[in-house]
Design a protein around this ligand. Sequence first.
Ligand code: IMP
Length: 209
Amino acid sequence: MLYGNKRLRQCVIICMKQIVFATNNAHKLKEVREILHDTGMSVLSLEDIGCHDDIPETADTLDGNALIKAQWVKQRYGYDCFADDTGLEVDVLGGAPGVYSARYASSGHDSAANVALLLKKLEGKEDRKARFRTVIALIIGDEEPLLFNGIVNGRITDKLHGAGGFGYDPVFLPDGSDRTFAEMTDGEKNAISHRGRAVRKLAEYLSVN
Ligand code: IMP
């Protein structure tokens, strides 16, 4: 019986279409697997396909970086793949930090330093409008890459609020909310977030194609 169940599981896995999400970020992977669950696709991570490459993110746009990552996997590993890139765009800073959001204060991906620098640059500024933007690049077979965008508009608070989330969450107040992303549950944030919106567009596309 146990043997039968194991064979069945193997068959289900083999029969499911596989697609790589070019990330090893466990949090993103879980979120994306949940949203793509109903498409019947098996979402593999970079780790799952034995990719330990330091994939360059050298483009100066979110679209460019998402495409580089998806193409890297498709060309070197042969899998259908999607990859994401996200930035926080602040109007009064001309769209900065944008594509450089992870490395705003230093090359070290230091979220606390990034947030501190952002608050400093906005000191005394009235206009605090901002948005998170996620771009997902998808490459299936020999088809041209497709891009899916997800945006959430909001404003940057004067100081940090909340202990949840990551990155700029404690200073990002989405429009229509009196709580920052860092004060929301994962479910509440995913329902309105940039990444949630982009991934749901991807799920819709994958469901009908
Ligand atoms: P990534 O492309 O998803 O790695 O995002 C780049 C950077 O944008 C991250 O290092 C964070 O600083 C910031 N970021 C991305 N998504 C979020 C989010 O949902 N909340 C807060 N900050 C984020």
